[in-house]
Design a protein around this ligand. Structure first.
Ligand code: ATP
Length: 270
């Protein structure tokens, strides 16, 4: 079960330079995650406990996972990812056991960054905890809280959690000493989108007239993941046309295509 639901990567290959438009968030993540991993003595000297974890919240595809991977890369830490949704719908006791395993694997692979995506799946405000499924989710969350509370003895392990549903979170998980920083990771603004276009076209063979400022303004509601999809699709248009150079027209066609796809999915992105 471990292997199936837990993704373990030693020093993942994402760097801070791959992330666009999130300078403030990056700074905060570095302070809270990198500092304690690299300079634990500073916290000892000052006489405070290092922050135990950060919670990243914001819409899908904005770079939350990337931030967590980049910190692990920068600190040469093992990146251990688990999705909250993998922890539910399990047999009785299995969710709690997986949480224990998660921290156990981290202990065995220190320094480590634990990333729990979709934490709302196990830590949402429950309206009704009488059904057995909900009781099981509760147990999983209790296990997570207890692991988090025992952080001091844990050594070089940092926890980063992410959610798209901040409003749904159980206040217990937000109590002081659990997540010390709540960091909002919003969709990029126009400048951010422009930078993300530049990042995702670094290796592309571009025609001279491609104008990222214009594209960034056009794709007004795009997330980082949407921008990436536009770049890939633009490349596909060039390939279909048997060209190796990607033109502004390819990007415009890609944007149009993805916008239409989003419409038919009744999804309001782009
Ligand atoms: P989810 O909430 O859906 O898990 P997420 O916020 O964790 O999403 P990521 O998995 O980090 O999003 O992003 C998905 C992909 O979109 C990344 O692999 C990257 O290619 C691209 N991307 C997203 N945000 C950015 C960004 N700020 N800069 C560069 N690329 C980005």
């Amino acid at each position: 079960v471990r292997a199936r639901v837990m993704q373990v990567e030693h020093s993942p290959d994402v760097t801070y330079a791959d992330i666009g438009g999130l300078d403030e968030q990056m700074q905060e993540v570095r302070e809270t995650v990198e500092m304690p991993l690299e300079h634990p003595e500073m916290f000892e000297d000052v006489g405070i406990n290092p922050p135990s974890g950060v919670l990243l919240y914001g819409p899908p595809g904005t770079g939350k996972t990337m931030l967590a991977k980049a910190v692990a890369n920068e600190t040469d830490a093992t990146f251990i990812k688990m999705a909250g949704s993998e922890l539910v719908h399990k047999f009785i006791g299995e969710g709690a056991k997986l949480v224990r395993d998660l921290f156990e694997v981290a202990r065995e692979n220190q320094p480590a960054v634990i990333f729990i995506d979709e934490i709302d799946a196990i830590a949402s405000k429950r309206t009704d905890s009488k059904t057995s499924g909900d009781a099981e989710v509760q147990r999983t969350m209790m296990q997570l809280l207890s692991e988090m509370d025992g952080f001091d003895e844990r050594g070089e392990i940092r926890l980063i959690a992410a959610t798209n549903r901040f409003d749904m979170l159980d206040p217990a998980i937000l109590r002081p000493g659990r997540f010390d920083r709540l960091i909002e990771v919003p969709k990029p603004d126009s400048m951010g989108r422009e930078i993300i276009f530049q990042i995702h076209t670094r290796r592309m063979n571009l025609a001279g007239e491609v104008d990222f400022t214009e594209l960034a303004e056009l794709a007004a509601d795009a997330s980082g993941a949407d921008v990436k999809a536009i770049c890939t699709e633009a490349g596909m248009f060039a390939i279909r046309d048997d060209r190796t150079e990607v033109t502004m027209a390819d990007f415009l066609a890609a944007y149009e295509k993805l916008r239409q796809d989003a419409d038919t999915d009744a999804d309001d992105s782009l």
